[in-house]
Design a binder for this molecule. Structure first.
Ligand code: SAH
Length: 363
């Protein structure tokens, strides 16, 4: 068991974040058959239960052992802000005092949860506030899953979280193992049972991990933050491009085993005079030709610390039109929750959480 945490006075095994197999192993150590592990899995993830006493279909002896030896932690909701467009941003506290933000976006009667994967981020994209915050630490699988469980507690009657997007703070593929483990729990029929088509992992383009994900057989939507169609420009906007240039990234994506009728999404944040010119659209169309994909255009969310400007609506429409006439399907993502700093790239914790050296984190 890897997820050992220290509770108030002594060490207990933290169960949130354990996979079905690990819970089955754990109950086996208590001399119980593996279906008890399945029951525990359902209590923790499907029902969001945190008290062993309430797990009434488990034998009393097992419950007593779990009370002594195990715990089920949870994020603490520290703050909630509501945007004029209905977007809600939650500030959650982790067991070690670190803080993360999670966003809930209402859209046509459905709620999308935007989950964080790390405290901060090591990738330092030039226009992203999370990137400017630097990297503090990875989240554990349990902390990723718990964002959904904690949000569920906050819902009004009749509300449901229909979609999950791994687009909050951090880079999912930099925290590969915890991300895959969390997704497995979120998708598992006995866990949170999300259909794969309702779950999207967004990556800046870590090529070895894209290949690993492809080989893992994990079925979720893949979004790639592209932002530029030439290495010269992408090197400046997305520094990791210097390590994994476009040629390698596109080759990995062309080889990605896409289920039929599924497409890769490319996110492209539009910045005036930087990557929104007619020739940028032409380069982008050329780069994506023949790939089953769509482009999601995000007009830049501005902030004082970001040295770029949002293009006019006219320029955004022209860029979209240019892609369309080249046969590339492109949508414009409306910015949500900007007034509460919940929009793309705006998530950042400014309470002096110490960040680590970015280069060292990725080494
Ligand atoms: N690290 C992952 C997950 C973050 S998703 C990734 O890069 O894909 C957040 C999305 O918002 C990314 O596409 C990111 O590039 C984009 N983004 C960052 N800052 C932004 C800003 N200021 N305005 C608009 N989009 C931004």
């Amino acid at each position: 068991m890897t997820a050992l945490v220290t509770s108030k006075v002594r060490t207990t095994i933290e169960l949130k974040g354990l996979s079905l197999e690990e819970l089955e192993e754990l109950v086996a150590l208590c001399g119980e058959p593996s279906y008890r592990g399945r029951q525990l899995f359902q209590w923790i993830y499907a029902r969001g239960c945190r008290r062993f006493e309430e797990m009434t279909d488990l034998p009393a002896a097992l419950r007593a052992t779990l009370v002594e030896e195990a715990s089920i932690g949870a994020l603490t909701c520290l703050d909630k802000q509501v945007s004029s467009d209905g977007t809600r941003k939650y500030l959650f506290g982790c067991a070690d005092g670190r803080k993360i933000e999670t966003v809930l976006i209402p859209d046509e009667g459905r709620l999308t949860a935007c989950l964080s994967i790390q405290v901060g981020c090591a990738l330092a994209c030039a226009f992203c506030l999370t990137g400017m915050m630097g990297f503090v630490r990875h989240l554990h699988a349990g902390e990723i899953v718990d964002q959904v469980l904690a949000l569920r507690e906050e819902l009004s009657p009749g509300e449901r979280i229909g979609n999950l997007v791994l687009m909050g703070m951090g880079e999912p593929l930099h925290n590969y193992d915890a991300t895959v483990k969390a997704l497995t729990i979120l998708l598992h029929p006995l866990g949170l049972a999300y259909p794969p088509r309702r779950v999207t992992l967004s990556t800046v383009g870590l090529v070895p991990e894209i290949k690993r994900l492809a080989a893992s057989g994990l079925d979720v939507n893949l979004a790639v933050s592209l932002h530029a169609a030439t290495d010269e420009l992408r090197d400046r906007l997305v520094p990791i491009n210097r390590r994994y240039p476009l040629k390698e990234l596109m080759a990995a994506l062309r080889a990605y085993p896409l289920p039929s009728r599924r497409r890769i999404t490319f996110e492209y944040t539009l910045m005036e005079g930087v990557n929104d010119r007619p020739e940028d659209a032409r380069e982008l169309a050329r780069l994506l030709r023949g790939l089953r994909c769509k482009v999601n255009l995000l007009p830049l969310n501005e902030a004082p610390a970001i040295p770029f400007r949002r293009p006019s609506r006219h320029r955004v429409d022209a860029f979209q039109q240019s892609l369309k006439s080249a046969g590339i399907f492109a949508t414009i993502r409306e910015s949500r929750g900007w007034d509460i700093s919940a929009a793309c790239g705006m998530l950042a914790i400014n309470d002096g959480q110490k960040s680590l050296d970015t280069a060292a984190c990725l080494a």
